[in-house]
Design a protein around this ligand. Structure first.
Ligand SMILES: [Fe+2]
Ligand SMILES: [Fe+2]
Length: 131
């Protein structure tokens, strides 16, 4: 079974975005622990629904800030966000149909957030600070 590795996310220097990143990483970490602890399907689905909702809110916040700053790369960035939302929706659809939520899902989400924050958000955070 894959084991998630949780590293602390780099800070962007924007309090709101950093707080949202922290919340999402914590929620995904909790999801992985809940899967390992074999919590009920209802509990896991509710946790995933919260992660999904807060991810959409976070992406919206980030995209609005980048739009306000005139970031020319914001459309590409928003495409990456949309791809993840589609993946999360697919996972939610599968769990709603009765597929068990596996730890690999939490690992995938954790890895996605870590890579996205490190490789994409961090660069845009520097752009936001310069405006
Ligand atoms: Fe982002
Ligand atoms: Fe982000």
């Amino acid at each position: 079974m894959p084991t998630a590795v949780w590293r602390s996310l780099p800070l962007l220097g924007n309090e709101r975005l950093d707080a949202q990143h922290r919340f999402l990483q914590g929620a995904v970490q909790q999801l992985a622990e809940d899967v390992q602890a074999k919590r009920s399907a209802e509990h896991l689905e509710a946790s995933l629904a919260l992660i999904s909702q807060r991810t959409v809110e976070h992406f919206h916040t980030e995209e609005e800030l980048l739009k306000a700053s005139g970031d020319p790369d914001r459309f590409l960035h928003a495409d990456l966000h949309r791809e993840l939302i589609l993946q999360v929706r697919r996972i939610q659809y599968a769990t709603a149909k009765g597929d068990p939520l596996r730890e690999a899902v939490a690992c995938f989400l954790g890895d996605w957030f870590e890579e996205h924050v490190q490789k994409v958000d961090l660069e845009r955070g520097a752009y936001l600070r310069e405006r």
